[in-house]
Design a protein. Structure first.
Length: 331
């Protein structure tokens, strides 16, 4: 809850009250200015905040005081919680003073520069164990018996130990345990060992359903599920076959199926006659070697000696398509 304030909100009791009475009647027509204490000039429709106000009861000489919390106003009838800030509820008389005076409690609600810069309300050193962290912070959610709480600001948690695996955070605020929340990285992935490092602050952001914290820290652990990690040497690529295809790089098995090995000198060509035909060394009818095609591939080295019987020249003994070698004559 937050505290409401007003300007010069002072009146008198319209009737005596007892020490146990929780409704106070003020002078006719002044209830509206007390009601205004429970409003705020800066509203956020997605974040409604409950408001109460500090009011003080005192006598005409201001020798005795009682601090109360104003929680509701109905016309000129005030609903209050009696005897706050160490004061004692007592009986008061007609015409005693009731006013919105400043108190220690109201001024303690103001955040000071050092509190802001030190993260007094949103940061702390974690207790607990390596994987079950605890954190306790001040809060005003539960003043006057409140039960609702909203946490949308990140918490800065300074760990005292490295984590060794999946981790949780037990969060206590305003003296009440809000819950034990899993700590996740990325898209709700559990933490791994050393995602949390001793003395390196982690930023914890509560999800909108109040069920877990997303953890961010200088080590960028939250990127682990989105990007390849350098130290994994591509072992963390989820679909390696698709990755190779995108890069036009093939595995050994894929290469053996799709490419000729240099060391095989053509022995691994599955259909050699078709290969010879495709490179223009043999016409489609397989009956002769076209001289112009051979010539277009450069000069053939001169052959000496006898290649077959008394015939000299080049015998195309390995080029065939009828199941037997065919001699094409001298070249």
């Amino acid at each position: 809850m937050i505290i409401g304030f007003g300007n010069n909100v002072v009146s008198s009791l319209a009737a005596d009250i007892t020490a146990s009475q929780t409704t106070i009647q003020v002078m006719p027509g002044v209830g509206a200015m007390f009601a205004n204490l429970l409003t705020s000039d800066y509203a956020n429709s997605s974040n409604p905040l409950k408001t109460y106000a500090k009011i003080t009861l005192t006598d005409a000489k201001e020798t005795v005081f009682e601090v109360c919390h104003l929680t509701a106003v109905n016309n000129d009838m005030l609903t209050v919680i009696r005897g706050q800030e160490g004061t004692t509820a007592k009986g008061w008389s007609l015409n005693d003073v009731i006013a919105n005076f400043a108190t220690r409690g109201s001024e303690n609600q103001f955040v000071q520069i050092e509190e802001l810069q030190s993260g007094h309300y949103v940061a702390g050193v974690a207790g607990g164990t390596e994987n079950n962290l605890t954190l306790e912070l001040p809060a005003t959610y539960f003043v006057n018996g409140g039960v609702d709480w909203t946490l949308r600001t990140p918490l800065v948690v300074i760990p005292a130990l490295n984590n060794t695996g999946a981790s949780t955070l037990q969060l206590t605020m305003g003296g009440r345990v809000l819950g034990i929340f899993p700590l996740y990285k990325g898209n709700k992935a559990e933490l791994s060992a050393n995602d949390i490092i001793k003395d390196i602050p982690v930023l914890c952001v509560l999800d909108n359903t109040k069920t877990y914290f997303s953890v961010l820290n200088p080590l960028e652990i939250y990127l682990g599920s989105r990007y390849l990690q350098k130290d994994q040497n591509l072992s963390d690529v989820p679909d390696k076959a698709k990755g190779r295809s995108s890069l036009e790089v093939y595995s050994k098995t894929e290469s053996d199926e799709n490419y000729m090995a240099k060391s095989q000198c053509g022995a691994d060509i599955p259909n050699k006659p078709l290969f010879v035909q495709n490179i223009g060394a043999l016409p489609a009818n397989g009956t002769a070697v076209a001289a112009n095609r051979l010539a277009s591939r450069g000069a053939l080295p001169a052959l000496t000696g006898t290649t077959r019987g008394s015939d000299s020249g080049l015998i195309m003994g390995e080029v065939y398509n009828n199941g037997y070698p065919t001699q094409y004559g001298n070249i």
